[in-house]
Unconditional design. Structure first.
Lengths: 225, 65, 218
């Protein structure tokens, strides 16, 4: 109970500071808009081609904005000299991890919702019909991404070349999540039932459980000093 | 199916090359360490001294001409 | 100490020589693929020993986080490096094998793909180690990454396998040996032992080097 409250406090702190500054969210909104432009310019105006590549483009958008967002996850603590505050927090440090994961998850889901709307509007797609089966796919994929991203973000916060190292470490580890999410999204957008991609959803769920467990167990070692 | 011995030899040669390169790299680093360990054993703050030495050499070189 | 290491090295060289003789001379010509199949005797042992190396990284990382023994950290570091070298050999020989059998240097075959993802993950691991100056912090972070990476391998394996095989039958493209003549098995086993000895030799030398590096820098 106290554990959940500790995680909640970390989450609340991040939400509050984000609500007051709106720093990350504004930048990410702008970034997603730019991504849409990029996709449009690089793939041309051919709508057929865009639709064919849509699952990949969607997740490319999610991943790129996620990289930008998650890379900043521990920057507030780092830049404002609040790292000691995290260290001095009483009790199990993994509560901090779970709070941070929840915050990053919310942030990413928000950006993903924005991206979906932008895709639907700019590329004239009817995504609303697929929204219900799409939700678990996006949810499971994003949890895995946020779980590892938060762990690695805490690690690379201390490194000089953090902007470089963070994606270099995160992207290869996320290949299974990316493959599963793209394949499941593709099937859902083609109108197949969720049961047809059950094995991919199972893989995503397994990945989420593994990543979260490792994160909870090892975060103590990451946070130290 | 043709025999493609050239591909077989290329594969074995490449594997030998990679292993040999790694072996030599280990050897080189061991030798480097031996000479470094011998030269910096008396002084305690070797990295700092290295830096200072380099900076000194650079400025010295620049002021000489 | 060093004598043992040297002995291990000579043992590895001797068994590698035996392995090459077996692979190129004694083992019979494979029926469907011809002599090009002989690449298997380096290709397969390399990846199997790489898996072993990464398993060692996992165990050593767990021990390091648990006990904070510097020896476990050195073992993980050394094993990852040797594992990357062996994975690189596997990918390179696989590519050379692919040219005559598939007609292309690279194809996104399930096994080649998962080997190359593993390669990139552990390259990142070595990069992380190289980029953190504080030794103790680098050891902690690398241990966390070593655990995540090792647990990621089965996920990578399954996802890539499904990704490739749900669309095309991979049995057509798979280069593995179909019927196993006993001589094939003997040759493969000898090469596997040779690569294991080579791994042990490199590992011992790299661990010793890391020990000395720390002594010099301390």
């Amino acid at each position: 109970m106290i554990y959940a409250r500790r995680a909640w406090i970390v989450l609340w702190k991040d939400l509050l500071s984000e609500r007051r500054s709106k720093e990350t969210l504004n930048a990410l909104f702008f970034f997603s808009l730019l991504l849409l432009f990029l996709f449009q310019f690089t793939l041309g105006a051919d709508r057929e081609r865009l639709v064919a590549a849509l699952p990949g483009l969607l997740w490319l958008g999610f991943i790129l904005s996620g990289l930008v967002g998650l890379g900043r996850a521990f920057l507030a603590e780092r830049e404002n000299d609040c790292w000691e505050g995290l260290l001095l927090a009483p009790g199990d440090k993994s509560a901090i991890y779970l709070g941070k994961v929840a915050g990053n998850l919310l942030l990413m889901l928000l950006v993903e919702a924005i991206l979906l709307v932008l895709f639907a509007v700019f590329f004239n797609l009817d995504l609303a019909a697929h929204l219900l089966p799409l939700a678990p796919v996006i949810g499971l994929g994003t949890i895995g991404f946020a779980a590892v991203g938060t762990l690695f973000g805490a690690m690379t916060a201390h490194v000089r070349a953090r902007e470089l190292l963070f994606p270099v470490l995160l992207l290869p580890v996320q290949v299974p999540v990316l493959l599963g999410a793209v394949k499941a999204t593709e099937a859902v957008l083609l109108g197949e039932p969720l049961a047809a991609v059950g094995h991919w959803l199972g893989l995503l769920a397994a990945a989420d459980v593994i990543y979260l467990t490792v994160g909870v167990l090892t975060f103590d070692a990451v946070l130290e000093a | 199916m043709p025999d493609n011995w050239s591909f077989v030899f290329a594969a074995y040669a490449l594997a030998a090359l990679v292993l040999g390169a790694y072996w030599r790299r280990l050897g080189r680093r061991e030798r480097e360490l031996t000479s470094k360990g011998a030269s910096t054993a008396p002084s305690e703050t070797s990295p700092r001294k290295d830096c200072a030495g380099k900076a000194g050499a650079r400025t010295g070189g620049a002021s000489r001409p | 100490m060093s004598g043992l290491q040297r002995g291990l090295g000579w043992l590895a060289v001797a068994s590698l020589t035996a392995g090459i003789v077996m692979a190129l001379g004694v083992a019979p010509r494979e029926a469907t693929q011809g002599n090009v199949q002989r690449i298997m005797y380096v290709h397969v042992p390399a990846i199997l020993i790489a898996y072993l190396a990464f398993a060692v990284v996992l165990v050593a990382s767990v021990i390091y986080l648990w006990r904070r023994a510097a020896g476990a950290d050195r073992l993980a570091h050394a094993s990852a490096e040797v594992g990357v070298v062996f994975t690189g050999i596997n990918i390179a020989t696989g590519s050379i094998w692919g040219k005559p059998t598939w007609g292309t240097w690279w194809t996104w075959d399930a096994r080649l793909t998962s080997a190359s993802i593993m390669f990139v993950i552990y390259l990142g691991y070595l990069l992380l180690r190289a980029m953190i100056e504080d030794r103790e912090r680098g050891a902690r972070f690398a241990a966390v990454l070593g655990i995540v990476a090792a647990l990621d391998i089965p996920l990578v394996h399954f996802s890539v396998y499904w990704w490739r095989t749900l669309h095309q039958p991979s049995t057509l493209l798979r280069p593995g040996p179909a019927p196993m003549d006993p001589t094939f098995v003997v040759a493969l086993t000898i090469n596997l032992v040779a690569f294991a000895l080579l791994y042990a030799y490199f590992l011992a030398r790299r661990v010793r080097l890391l020990e000395r590096e720390e002594q010099v820098l301390a």
